[in-house]
Write a protein that binds this ligand. Sequence first.
Ligand code: SF4
Length: 213
Amino acid sequence: MDKLFQQLENHYGQQKWWDVHNQLFSVTEMVLIQNTNSVNVEKAMVNLRPYLTDLETVLSLPEDNLATLIRPSGYYKIKAKRLRAVYQWLVEHSKEIVEKIPTEDLRIELLNIYGIGNETADVMMLYLYNRPVFVADNYARRLFERLGFGKNTDYNKMRNIYQPEVNQWPANQAKEFHALIDEHCKAHCLKKPHCKNCPLLETCQYPDKDLTR
Ligand code: SF4
């Protein structure tokens, strides 16, 4: 894993994703990005931004109004419910409280919030709370399988395999690793891969490497 991290970082450079300056903005984006893309998230954020001054203000929005504002992100009624549940959790859990919660206990807490699944919980832990966690998202699953690390169809099973190693890393390295995997899968390791100039070409085990792209 260290070697893979180095290969990706040497090729793509530091990503510095989600340097979280505003917790409320970041957590909102983390919920809105579920099942959509960043363009649609940005459209919803433009509508919602005036209400993201603080938790009290955004929570004062009735759920229907919140849903209307975030409509461009899709699944807007469900996402409005999820956002309100996350905002309420944040009201009850200051940073000082969260800092005292051990990482795996924090994960359980986050998974208990309405609509927060494995991936969003891990991304929240990584970028909001600086916990070194492995995000076993679809990109990581596809890449690791192609590299020959084995097939993983279950999020938690894959996470459990790699989490012990990532747990030893500084949080910033874990953040970079997640970002680099996603960048690599958008640039080269797409569903139909572009293998020709891939930085992992020599070690990749994927039998259907497409060297024409
Ligand atoms: S060589 Fe192709 S399949 Fe292998 S990691 Fe690179 S892009 Fe993906």
